[in-house]
Design a protein. Structure first.
Length: 253
């Protein structure tokens, strides 16, 4: 290669290197900053360390972890906090870039609206309603807390629980949750308290048919139809339903 060509190439590389450091927002900037950081548009090194990228330590020079969600970067109380419970103080590590990307050109490659809940301390993972507003529908208005009994922290929709797989809420069973689930505990239920559902009556009726295990009702019954017995052969009512119908016919005769 001719000496003059080497000189031209070296001069161009040097000029590019200088421009990268003098005007990084023009040469290597991946996109405009978010509105809150727009004043830093020409000051890349406010957040980026040369040749090492963004560090959480630099974020903390303006955003002090103890004040995030409570105070502005100027120390003024937030008039409209994004969440009712500041959660940044409950993170296992202050790794800002694990969730935040302030350039539009970068954020489009990130999954929007996702937060890795494993970054939270274990005790904070059950405080869903501190950050998430409870849905305003007839079902969720009856429930307070216990989100994890139906939802996962990976996806809010769909819920992991389908009531119809266990018991169909038809006829008189389409009622308030607390009718069957007491003390806001949706891992347990009771059928006692309605109709003939008392321990003595249930025991007597089932012992007559030779059934000794009758505490877990939905193990066999799957709807308001008492003859619709789960996992039984026949016409859908099952052997117990057939036997009960035969007893009724004999009694009527």
């Amino acid at each position: 290669m001719k000496p003059w060509l080497k000189f031209v190439l070296a001069a161009n590389l040097f000029a590019l290197a200088v421009l990268v450091f003098v005007y990084p927002h023009l040469m290597v900037g991946p996109g405009k900053l978010i509105p809150g950081h727009s004043q830093l548009e020409t000051d890349c090194f406010a957040c980026h360390a040369p040749l090492r990228g963004v560090s959480s330590e630099r974020c903390a020079t303006c955003h002090k972890p103890a004040e995030i969600g409570r105070l502005t970067t100027t120390g003024q109380p937030l008039t409209k906090p994004l969440t009712s419970t500041p959660f940044h103080q409950k993170l296992t590590s202050q790794n800002c870039v694990a969730c935040h990307s302030d350039h539009a050109g970068v954020s489009r490659y990130h999954t929007k609206g996702r937060f890795d809940h494993t970054l939270l301390q274990t005790s904070a993972r059950s405080e869903c309603q501190g950050c998430h507003k409870s849905p305003d529908d007839s079902l969720h208005r009856q429930i307070s807390g216990n989100c994890s009994q139906c939802h996962t922290q990976e996806k809010w929709v769909p819920a992991t629980f389908d009531h119809n797989k266990y018991f169909v809420l038809d006829r008189d069973h389409n009622t308030r949750c607390v009718t069957c689930h007491v003390r806001n505990d949706y891992k347990r239920y009771t059928c006692y308290g309605c109709h003939e559902h008392t321990p003595a009556n249930i025991r007597r009726e089932h012992v007559e048919e030779g059934i000794r295990d009758f505490d877990n009702c939905v193990e066999c019954h799957r709807s308001a139809d008492e003859d619709d017995i789960r996992n039984r052969p026949g016409d859908g009512r099952g052997e117990r339903g057939d036997e009960r119908e035969r007893r009724k016919r004999d009694h009527d005769d």
